[in-house]
Design a protein around this ligand. Structure first.
Ligand SMILES: Cc1cc2nc3c(=O)[nH]c(=O)nc-3n(C[C@H](O)[C@H](O)[C@H](O)COP(=O)(O)O)c2cc1C
Length: 390
């Protein structure tokens, strides 16, 4: 079973990911992991914090001579900003000088501040926001990069593109080759497959910045060359669509998840929605005329591309702060302002890729088993042969 967790606070020493269950022998390309971390930091609309952090991963365990050794892999990403926070949030129980104290008593609507303060009976929400912050997703992206390296060995690729920023929407679907090109583009910060729509998206982000406002939007993750048969229909919590939905929904600010064209399907006739089945005798493959189902039927991959969209609410921290109430005095105040991004949809797409890759890698581990990559590939090849012989 592939298992993984993260630890670390936004302004703590570092972020950590622990991932176990990858087989022995997966090639680990450090540059690739660091490139993924940079992609997360690069999205258009990000704020000052990302100018401080230049994330690089340190592998502490589980990889030797450039390959996984089958034991748990610990990953660490240093927080450069820790130097500015060490006195404010010391590990030891020691007094914090007055000028270093940075309590957050004016909870920001849309953040975990108030709910977390109530839950833990804290009159300062600092500990809450330190962990709720999306800075944590750097660790997810590092773990996701390992999942991608594993999936690559099975020929599966996972990428994302931006389909909406606020009201500016991509009005067509994107082919895999276009998504690959958008991701390779030097100007990949917005990652829209249509240049004109991408330019409009950037303009809207610039407007939100000028008006001291914020924006949400939609990213789409596509997993290419996924074999049929990952996931299962037999138990509710093992259905792969449900697992993908949880994985993507867990990303900070994502408030809805869509599989395929699930949202528009709901208002269409069935005849326009379901993907008719054909057969290609030359390739000995079942084919589909369309992919409205997003590659999943009954919680099982059906051999089409897996398509998952994440819908983000606008960023909650506004430069024009909303109304709040002080946790101590109960007076009406303006919500606190912490350095903030204006729009994070392109960056969230990279996190979406990581979450989808980790989920698919977990499903592939369940289906193909094995302790070594060689064993996984042996069982995978046998399965593909079985499909051809079907
Ligand atoms: C990559 C990324 C960066 C984010 N940066 C910010 C930010 O700078 N300011 C902010 O208010 N929210 C930011 N968010 C969203 C908050 O972390 C999130 O809204 C908050 O933790 C509450 O969680 P929830 O929206 O999932 O309920 C970011 C989200 C992501 C995915």
């Amino acid at each position: 079973m592939l298992r993984w967790q993260t630890a670390g606070e936004s302004h703590g020493q570092c972020l950590v990911a622990l991932i176990s269950g990858l087989p022995l022998g997966v090639p680990v390309d450090l540059d690739f992991i660091n490139r993924e971390l940079r992609r997360r930091q690069a999205g258009y609309g990000r704020g000052g914090r990302m100018k401080i952090e230049h994330d690089e991963v340190k592998i502490l365990s589980g990889v030797r001579h450039g390959k996984t050794i089958g034991s748990p892999i610990a990953l660490e990403i240093e927080n450069k900003d820790w130097a500015n926070w060490e006195d404010t949030l010391p590990v030891e129980d020691k007094p914090v000088p007055a000028e270093k104290q940075r309590p957050l008593t004016q909870p920001r609507p849309g953040h975990a501040d108030l709910a977390g303060a109530l839950k833990f009976n804290l009159h300062d929400a600092r500990y809450i926001l330190e962990r709720a912050s999306a800075r944590e997703t750097a660790a997810r992206v590092a773990a996701g990069a390992l999942a991608k390296l594993f999936l690559r060995e099975l020929g599966v690729g996972v990428l994302s593109h931006t389909v909406a920023i606020g009201s500016v929407k991509l009005s067509r679907s994107a082919r895999w080759e276009e998504i690959v090109a958008a991701c390779q583009d030097g100007d990949a910060e917005i990652r829209c497959v249509d240049a004109a729509t991408g330019a409009e998206m950037k303009q809207l982000i610039d407007r939100a910045l000028a008006e001291r406002d914020s924006l949400g939007g939609v990213f789409e993750v596509v997993a290419h060359n996924v074999p049929p048969g990952l996931g299962t229909h037999v138990q509710w919590d093992e259905k792969l669509d449900g697992r993908l939905a949880q994985a993507v929904m867990s990303i900070q600010a994502v408030k809805a998840v869509e599989i395929g064209s699930g949202v528009s399907n709901a208002t269409a006739f069935g005849s326009a929605v379901h993907d008719e089945i054909g057969y290609d005798p030359a390739k000995r493959n079942f084919t589909r005329s369309s992919n409205h189902a997003g590659g999943l039927e009954g919680g099982i991959t059906n051999g089409e591309e897996v398509v998952v969209r994440g819908y983000l609410k606008p960023i909650s921290t506004l430069r024009r702060p909303l109304q709040s109430v002080d946790l101590n005095t109960k007076e009406t105040v303006k919500a606190a302002y912490e350095r903030s991004d204006v729009c994070v949809v392109p960056a969230a797409g990279i996190i979406g890729e990581a979450m989808v890759a980790l989920t698919l890698a977990g499903a592939a581990r369940q289906k193909f088993g094995g302790d070594t990559l060689e064993e996984v590939q042996f069982s995978f090849a046998a399965y593909l042969a079985e499909l051809k012989a079907f």
